[in-house]
Design a protein around this ligand. Sequence first.
Ligand code: ASP
Length: 321
Amino acid sequence: MKFIKLLFWVMIMFITTASFSQHKYAMAIHGGAGNITPQNVSPEMQEKYKAKLKEALLAGEEVLKNNGDALDAVTAAIMVMENSPLFNAGKGAVFTAEGTNEMDASIMDGKNLKAGAVAGVQTIKNPILGARAVMEQSPHVLLSGNGADAFAKEKELDIVDPSYFFTQSRWDSYQRVKKKMEQGDKHGTVGCVALDEHGNLAAGTSTGGMTMKMHGRIGDSPIIGAGTYADNNTCAVSCTGHGEYFIRYAVAYDISALMKYKNLSLQEATHQVIMKKLKDAGGDGGVIAVDHKGNISMVFNTTGMFRGTISNGRKPEVYIY
Ligand code: ASP
């Protein structure tokens, strides 16, 4: 009898360990959605974007394959894109109507629903690290403007002169848009969602916002539930597009809620929100999302979205259109 009991427990342990070791990691990133067509992105630029997206995917995977946390993977991948002038986040952020750079970022941990965000910051080299510091080292969720910049300095993050964020191409696009007095260039925001081997989900988003935005305007990217959301029970989501719509339609949370309360699959939930609700309302953009099983969905209602995926046993895959 004792022997049978022992055998039973050994079998239970084996089954649990086996299913744990099968638990895979998965990650998706975006580098913004918008009017991105082969006509307005030259072949050389397409190659540059693809190479940078791959670099970001590999930086995140480095964390995940070494049994690291989804949160660290998200941070690592976003930092690669923030440090590149190609994307509208960190270095390469677009200009406000006043010719300044004001950046927004957020991060969320699906394990405990902790979140942090910064909005309208001008001196934090990597706004995603500012968001993470708010989550981990302050009692708040969202800090804005000078207060957020000062907080980051106090926490000894890399602080740069605002001129660090200047890039000629964003300045030229600002000048063009200014002449035409229209809203310009919306794409280039970056984001990442990840599932780690422990079954934890995380999401992060970082942006310079929209060219010619009003000084003080805050988009969806630092708003938890609008531009970013993660819950281990459902999914992790990062959005990009016309922020005002993403805030009004609580896009990231809506996708999670459709899964939680209506039992929709990740694919169904992302399609319903991006291709129906948002599209019908006139909100352009897209999302990347991963669920607790490692399914990935990347849906956009624009002509293109810079994006890519990686998971255990698979090479990085990147797409634009
Ligand atoms: N969602 C961002 C914002 O409205 C912009 C973007 O994703 O391109 O600030």
